[in-house]
Structures are given as C-alpha cells and as structure tokens.
Design a protein around this ligand. Structure first.
Ligand code: CA
Length: 245
C-alpha cells in the first residue's frame, strides 16, 4: 500500500513530490496531463492519486469525474491554487478524498497521504499468495511454505509487483520504473540481477522469463521456467497503465 500516482504538469513540483515520497518509502509515478491521469489512475496499480487541478489535456476535475464514473475507488488528494474555493468544492463533490492548497509543505502532504492510505488499508488485501510464497503486506514479511525469508525493501517491492499481476508479462523497463524509479539507467541489468535474488530466495520456479521482454509470475499449472527454444513471446504489454510517467 505505497504506490502513489502524481498528476502534475509543473516539473518542479512533480520532482519535489516524487523525491519526497520516495524518500518516505513510497513508489511514485508521474503523469503530466489530465488524459493520462484518468487513464493510469486504476486501483489495481496505485493506492493513491495526487491530482493537480490545472492540467493540460483535460483538467483535474474532468479526470476525477472520469475515473469515478468508471467506478475507480482509489483515494484522491486534490492540489488546488490558493483561494480556489469553488475548485475545492467541485473536487470534493466529484469524489476527491482530501485537498491541499498550493503552496504546501511536504510534511503536510505526507500527513494527508498517510491518513488516506490508512483509510484505504481497511478494505484492501493484507497478503498476496503465489504457490508456496506468501507476502504479508502489513508486516512486510515473506514466507515460503510458512518459513520466513529475509528480503530487502527492493526485493520485496519487486516480488509485490509480480504477485499483484499474476500471469501478466512485465517488461524490464516497467519493473525498473516501478522499483527503481524513473531516473534509473534504462540499460541497466539490475532487474535481471534482482530477479535472480528472488528466485534464489523464493524458489526457482516462481518467476517465468519471457525472453527479450521481461518477466511474469509463473502460474500454478506451468511445469518450469525456461522459454529457451520456444517461439518469440508477446512483445506488447497489454496494460498501458504501466507506462505512466
Ligand atoms: Ca498545474
């Protein structure tokens, strides 16, 4: 419960939010327009949306209306300009959970983020399962066949992302983006290295390599993990929400 989507078109503010949230242990993804904000704001992929109202493409209120119309329940904190009372009211009417007036301090934002994620924690799953592997999302612990396994924070996050998308192919770029952040060198092999760590700790059969593309969680019926010698796999990602930035 730590994935934050930021919809903010002003690079300085987006960068301030991203850095602060990451330092506080959240993952942060940025979109810079209202169309992308509505498209990427899905409760399956994010736990919270921080939504600037003044966005290009369509404004934040339109994006909010769109995602609520779709039945998306993820919490939304709206950012408004000072004195924009009508915006604030409209935002709350459209289903925003909270608002913050610019300029705001990062501590104030963080307090609101924590409060909204606490609310949300009450109706979200507390554990993810894949075969013998269980991720306890509350205590941030992992067990294999009931035996606790030590994972670093990044390993845990990588495992969590894979377990949240069973059977879905996730590209190296998507995993880099989500676990290491946008600034990471895209040519890096760090994803492969960490997949190796996870396989060692959680079982060699847990994660399937999709050659030339990335990885996905192995489904229970699959006998083994290698795709060597098989025809080229799917190259397009079916879920555009991963591309958000
Ligand atoms: Ca703006």
């Amino acid at each position: 419960m730590n994935r934050v989507l930021i919809a903010e078109d002003e690079p300085r503010i987006a960068s301030f939010l991203t850095k602060g949230l990451r330092a506080a242990g959240y993952t942060a993804t940025v979109v810079d327009n209202g169309v992308a904000a509505a498209a990427y704001a899905r409760a399956d992929d994010f736990d919270l949306l921080i939504l600037d109202l003044g966005l290009p493409g369509q404004d934040g209120l339109a994006a909010l209306a769109q995602l609520r119309a779709r039945g998306e329940r993820l919490p939304v904190i709206v950012l408004t300009a000072r004195d924009a009372v009508p915006d604030r009211v409209a935002g709350l009417d459209l289903g925003a959970d909270d608002y913050l007036t610019k300029p705001f301090s990062f501590d104030e934002l963080l307090a609101r983020v924590r409060a909204r994620l606490r609310d949300r924690g009450r109706d979200t799953p507390t554990a993810l399962h894949a075969g013998p592997v269980t991720l306890d999302l509350v205590r941030r612990t992992v067990s294999v066949d009931g035996r606790l396994v030590e994972l670093t924070a990044r390993e845990f996050l990588l495992a969590e992302i894979l377990l949240r998308h069973p059977g879905q192919v996730l590209s190296r770029e998507q995993l880099l983006d989500r676990v290491w952040g946008l600034a990471h060198d895209p040519g890096s092999n760090i994803v492969d290295v960490y997949i190796g760590y996870l396989r060692r700790k959680l079982g060699q059969d847990l994660i399937h390599t999709v050659r030339g593309v990335g990885y996905r969680l192995t489904t229970p019926s699959e006998p083994e993990t290698s795709t060597e010698g098989s025809p080229p796999p799917v190259t397009a990602d079916p879920d555009p929400s991963w591309l958000g930035r």
